[in-house]
Design a protein around this ligand. Structure first.
Ligand code: 4NP
Length: 156
């Protein structure tokens, strides 16, 4: 059975589309595309239809990850389609919790920090939007850590 993963941040132009592109690359490399589907969305719809932030695209591109996602807002139907909905920070988590139509839907919501193995000091993925280049690099470091762990769980 196919497992469907949705990453969620605020704007869907920095953190969650980077997580999507990174996990997609790992899935493709390991030949798992038939078994795992990945997408991303934002709790805020103000950037809907836009490409990802150019700073995030450049930082990801420098690591060999191409980001082609167009931003969209998360919607209630996502709780039907996806098996795990993974929030980048506590604000996103709480917004998802309010959107979830029932208890079964609430149980699909996770925090990205649950997958971090090598960054004990981080309990969320920090919003890089108002940060410099280091903020985007930090996001990618955290995402690499968590996506590797998530993929190993999905394969198990
Ligand atoms: P993201 O970053 O949630 O990682 O996509 C942000 C993008 C846009 C805004 C905030 C965070 N914004 O306020 O427009």
């Amino acid at each position: 059975m196919k497992q469907r993963i949705l990453f969620v941040c605020l704007g869907n132009i920095c953190r969650s589309p980077a997580a999507e592109a990174m996990l997609q690359q790992m899935i493709t490399r390991e030949g798992l595309a038939e078994h795992i589907e990945v997408d991303s969305a934002g709790t805020y719809g103000g950037h809907a239809g836009e490409r990802s932030d150019v700073r995030m695209r450049r930082a990801a591109g420098a690591r060999g990850i191409e980001m082609t996602h167009r931003a969209r807002q998360v919607r209630e139907e996502d709780f039907d389609r996806f098996d795990r909905i993974i929030a980048m920070d506590d604000n996103n988590y709480e917004a998802l919790f309010r959107l979830a139509p029932d208890r079964a839907a609430q149980q699909k919501i996770f925090r990205f920090r649950e997958y971090l193995r090598h960054h004990p000091d981080w309990s969320y993925i920090p919003d890089p939007y108002y940060e410099g280049h280091e903020g985007f690099e930090l996001v990618l470091d955290l995402l690499e850590d968590g996506c590797a762990q998530l993929l190993s769980e999905l394969k198990a």
